[in-house]
Design a protein around this ligand. Sequence first.
Ligand code: HPA
Length: 278
Amino acid sequence: MPRPSRLPQPSSTASLILKRTRTRPVLGIILGSGFGPVASAVEVEQEFAYRDLPGFPIGGAPGHAGRLVLGRLGGIPVAVLCGRAHYYEGFEPAEVTFATRVLAALGVRDLLVTNAAGGIHPRFKVGDFMILTDHINLMGMNPLRGPVPEGCARFVDMTRTYDEGLRSELEAAARSVRLTLRKGVYLAVSGPCFETPAEIRAFRTLGADAVGMSTVPEVIVARQCGLRIVGLSCITNAAAGLGGKAQVVSSEEVLEVAKKREGLATRLVMAFAARLAT
Ligand code: HPA
């Protein structure tokens, strides 16, 4: 028999939040590396530290604040997860995705997931933004393994995971801030080491355009919860073996590039939220 989860019901954490906020969010946003400053564009109505929210994991990745912010962005009510827990930190899949279930229980209909990723597509440049058209899960785990939450499906359809309508809105938002968006397939690995050049060649053969260590668990759970999903990567580095002879892939480079692009990332996410308002 599977071990019973130590986690609370996401709905009980959601009710606690809803009791302390007037915001009824329609859009959930998960801010990954390089997207943190998006939170400063929110007209904040209420915020919580993750440590005050039962079941929320306290991650330690740099640039991941560990705050849930509720308020308005681009004129619509939003719930923003500033920072995520990663599988590579040692969290269980259910812990990594707990906050996503809470967003669904708060009543959000749409979810924007963001991350930093290594570029695999030969035309991608460092600093590009990529809208996710699909993903490949090579994390070696699935967050839906185990007991089925009440009202959820056991076997979840993953065709058209990334919503066409939301993708068009994100593309239109990008045009409005004069940004050319790339499109592609995000491949998720567990990390925490970066990939070998041979792995990256293999991933290219598999159809991947970018590689990262997050997002896919949350997306799978969001899909089980029936949310409409849109995904955005900041390409912070050439994936291993694609950056020239002297290349070293480092988290310093990832964070440095993400930092340079955070202003544009913020304008893009604001413009996207504003489009959902109309
Ligand atoms: N590989 C995996 N994860 C990443 C990378 C990478 O090259 N860049 C940013 N996150």
